[in-house]
Structure formats: structure tokens, C-alpha cells
Design a binder for this molecule. Sequence first.
Ligand SMILES: [Zn+2]
Length: 445
Amino acid sequence: MYLVGYDVAGVHRYVFEPVRPVDVLGGSRLLERFAVEAAKVAARQGATVIYSAGGTGLFQVDGEKAAASLATKLTQTLQHLTADGARCTAAWVESSRDFRAGRRRLAAELRAERFRVALGSAPRVLLPRGTWPSGVCEACGREVRTASRRVGDRGEGIGPRCRARYQAAGGPVPTIAEILGGEGDDVPRGAVLAAVYVDADELGRRLAEVASPDDLRRFSERLTGFVRDAVGGARTALSPRPILEVAVGGDDALLFCDAAQVPELTGSVWERLAGASSDLGVRFSTGIVLGEPFLPLRLYFGAAEEALRAAKGRSHATGRSHVGIGALIAGPRGAAQDVLGGPVPQEAFLGSGGVWALVGRVRAIVPAQRAGLGDDLALPSREEAKLAVEHRALRDKGVAHALSGTRSLAAAHGLDHLALLRGVLALAGTGGAARERATGEVEQA
Ligand SMILES: [Zn+2]
């Protein structure tokens, strides 16, 4: 018996290369399709599928020749599906009685194979020297234009890799404007887009413990089932408003929604994933990023990954699921920050004393006081800032109300109070202020 595995290199880079959501979604669908195709290819070769999802796969097959041929077919299948946009490495090892030891050897072989491929192949030239700007793909800017498509009322020249993505998206994909409750390309003023990235903690270590192929297959199937169910539930919870779901791994979910709907979405997702925690002993962490619409989705993803990493660190240290929250500020590279001064436990996010309720309280403060509060918090010295904020609270009931909430939340979770207040103010300002302004103007008109 032989173990055959594949590993798609640079999944995120491939998926987020283009700018338009339809192309990003198309790339993610191509990778999902590859996972299914890979299982079919393996079955045709007489192999047993252990799992195939999220850019990795594992199979069992009789005979070295069959193993080698399956590995070759897997890499070819991906190249063909994505028009050479994504590549994977595949390797095989003779399986030993100890399934775990066999998988460790396979993992080492896959790493070695990746190096061999990287060293042995000539760099891919996608844009030959001297390509005119008019000859460059308008969707990703990284390949030569070979085809055209219609976007709204204009034509757009795209290359083969983006064409494959576009075709895979298959049919209408919600626009960012539609996700935010607008129509076509009209984003409601002041609307804020959120990326919610939920991922299982320490999954690699957990999977490495599974001792038999059957157990591993069952575990993977059930985990994938829980995640799919959670995403489906979120879709229903937010319906009729669409959400954008980008698959970046087998057992995680990256969802784009209106920031105002984050509590509904996270509530629904967490509730369904609680089953995975109790049944499979898998814990999930969450990274959330709020930002202006129309920034490239890859910036959201990068920031959400950052927030998720911070959350995972806290989840690991405390043994409880945490949420990291970042905000994107438009700039050449985008700027993400852990706005609350650190990740908060999942249960401190929703509910009456939770982060989201505090954002509401801060939004309720009259705009002039809120602006003043921002100035107070921006004072260079911590002591001065603290005094100024407390002084303001004495004069304004709304400020006092918001302040008491942030103080007790900070105390309950060991967060820095001023950092938390600053973060909640930022979250309230992200969209909240602009939205009120917009509504005010409409009323005046
Ligand atoms: Zn392209």
C-alpha cells in the first residue's frame, strides 16, 4: 500500500490575485472543484480517498506505479482546471503499519518535492518584456490579455487564468453593493464591509493524532460538515441579504457581509460550530475586519488573518474561543490594527455587555461629545487622557454610560480600558457616523 498526497501551493495568493469579487470567488470555486476532481481521479486509479479539501488531499493506493501515476495526474488536473494559475505538488510514500508515521514521512516528502519543483522549474513569465499596457489582463494585471468579457456596460480584456476563474464563478455573484444593501454598484453611503474569518484551532496537531485511515476520513467529513452547515446557517440568518463566501481552506470559513450584520452572522456561525466543539473536540477562533467597501478583498483577507492569528494566540493561552477585531484604513498597503487592544473571548463579543452592545452605546453619544471623546483619547499622556475622559463623563450621561460598560468589559477580560474604549469608538465611527450624517442630509433635503 502507498500513501499519496497533494498540497496546493499559495492558495491565498492564487485566490486573491484578482480584484473583482467575481474573479476571487471563481478562483476559490476552481480550488473546490479541484478537490472534487482529485477525488474522482483517485477513484478512477483505484485509490481510496481519505480526504480532499482546502488545498490538500490524502489517498491510499496499491502499487508504486499507481501511486506515481496518481501523483502526476493530480498536478496535471489542477494545472488544467486553473489554466496554469495554481499549481500543486504531489508525492507518495510506502505506507507503514503505523499510519501516523507514514503521514509524517509523506509530509516530509511533499516538502522536499516542493523544493525540487521550485528549484527545477524555470520562473514563469506571464508578462513578457515589452507587453503594452493595453495588452495586460484588466482583472489581475499579471498576465497577457487573450479574451474579453462584458462588465456592466463595458468590455474588459482578460487573460486565460482570469478567464478560467470567471467561468468557474458561473452565474451572477453578489456585488459588494448588494451585500451592503445597495443595488448594482451603488453602495449605500457610510456602509461598512466586514470580513469574518473563522478557523479551527490547532487542527494540524489534532489530525496528526488520528491513528487510522477510516478515523481520519470520518473526522474530516464531519468537520467539513459542521463548517458547511455553519456557513449555510449564516446565509439563511442574513437572507435575503446576500453574503460572499470565499473558500480558502477545507475547515475554515471566510465570509464577507455588511458590518451591521456581524452580530447576526457570528451568532449563527458560532452556535452551529458549538456542535463541532462538543462532538469532535475542535475549538474555533475568529478574526473580524471592518473596512471601507471597494478595497481589494485581499486586504481584508490579510487583515482578517492577522486578527485571527491574535485570537488563536489568546484561545491557545486560555483554552477558550477568542475573537480578534481589526479595522482597515485606506492606504497604499492598508492598515490593520487590533482595535480593541487585544482579542476578546467569544462570549464577550455579543450580548448586552458585549463589544457590539458597547459600539451601540458609543454611537448613541451625541456627535459633538463623541468627537470630544476622540480628542480626549488622543491626548499624548495616558493620565491626561484618563482624566479628560472621566471629566467628560461627569458632564454627559451618554459618555458615562458608555464608559462604565467599557470599564467593566475591560476589567472582566484583562484588557486595557483606554485601548478598549478607543477601539469601540473607532468601531462606532467606522460607518456609524457616516451613516448618521447621510441620513441627516436626506432628512434635511
Ligand atoms: Zn488575469
